[in-house]
Design a protein around this ligand. Structure first.
Ligand code: ADP
Ligand code: MG
Length: 276
């Protein structure tokens, strides 16, 4: 399917369901202000200003090496695990700057979950994968943990496939199932935000579709930021899209607008496949 048909199909769906949705002012879950980031001497993010809307799907697109992964790992401060990282600027979450020395990073990480490109379940049973986070937070009651497991696995649309094998090793599942286990593990800590870094790039088309459908379902409850190099995927599943290039945001707009009528020539060149 070409990009125009993806967009038309999406427009129809939107018209049928929500007529006024785009006119409402949507609050931001993150307000990024003048963010810069360096790996040693190399600047990877440049003066990023970005309002990430609540309970929407925000896609980040752009060629390889333009700072997409760096950016989303900044939102939960995971990027600082690389010792040479330096940042300037602010990221406000619930009105507080996450770089503030008083800001509690552990709390941030319980509110901002992440799913990676390659499924990375722990080498443990399905059950233990899901209860890992809740147990760290001190939940010990078996009945409560059982409930969390069922709710999280249902939320990630994998309960029916695994309910009879919860105590088998998660490595025995297919790649697509493993990715949904990782998503369930993320839901188990009850986050506000789910960050996804190319979550379907290692999956087959059917598993990809399942994750895409799931994202549509999850945005009712969570704010989702998804990095994807698949522009059709961005067009299909996101409300807003940001185009990154060389560590800068070139354009950020409603997904329909960005793909049908981009404002910047570089966005147009990228989405029409002239580079990248
Ligand atoms: P993308 O996800 O868009 O492909 P990245 O965020 O991974 O881009 O990388 C952006 C830039 O930062 C690249 O130039 C990359 O080489 C550099 N970079 C990423 N991770 C590191 C690291 N751990 N140490 C040094 N440089 C890094
Ligand atoms: Mg990346």
């Amino acid at each position: 399917m070409d990009m125009q048909s993806v967009m038309n199909e999406k427009k129809e769906k939107k018209n049928n369901s929500t007529s006024n949705e785009s006119k409402k002012e949507i609050p931001s879950v993150f307000s990024v202000k003048n963010l810069n980031l360096w790996y040693g001497e190399d600047q990877a993010l440049k003066e990023i200003n970005f309002e990430i809307p609540e309970k929407q799907v925000t896609a980040i697109i752009g060629p390889s090496g333009c700072g997409k992964s760096t950016f989303i790992k900044t939102l939960n401060r995971m990027v600082e695990m690389v010792p040479i990282v330096r940042t300037s600027g602010e990221i406000l979450y619930s009105g507080k700057n996450i770089f503030d020395s008083k800001f509690r990073v552990e709390e941030l990480r319980t509110k901002v979950g992440m799913v990676f490109q390659k499924p990375n379940p722990f080498p443990k049973s399905i059950y233990e994968n899901i209860v890992y986070g809740p147990k760290i937070h001190g939940i010990r009651n078996k009945k409560v943990l059982d409930e969390i497991v069922e709710k999280s696995l249902r939320g990630a649309a994998i309960w029916d496939e695994v309910k009879d094998r919860l105590h088998e090793n998660a490595f025995g599942l297919s790649g697509g199932q493993q990715q949904r286990i990782c998503l369930a593990r993320c839901l188990a800590i009850e986050p506000d935000v789910i960050l996804m870094d190319e979550p379907t790039s290692a999956l087959d088309p059917i598993s990809t579709l399942k994750i895409e459908e799931l994202v549509q379902e999850l945005k009712k409850e969570f704010s989702i930021v998804i990095v994807t190099h698949n522009m059709q995927q961005a067009a299909r599943i996101s409300d807003k899209t940001a185009f990154f290039l060389n560590g800068e945001i070139i354009e950020f707009d409603d997904t329909n607008k960005l793909f049908s009528n981009p404002s910047d020539k570089r966005t147009e060149d990228y989405i029409t496949g002239r580079f990248g």
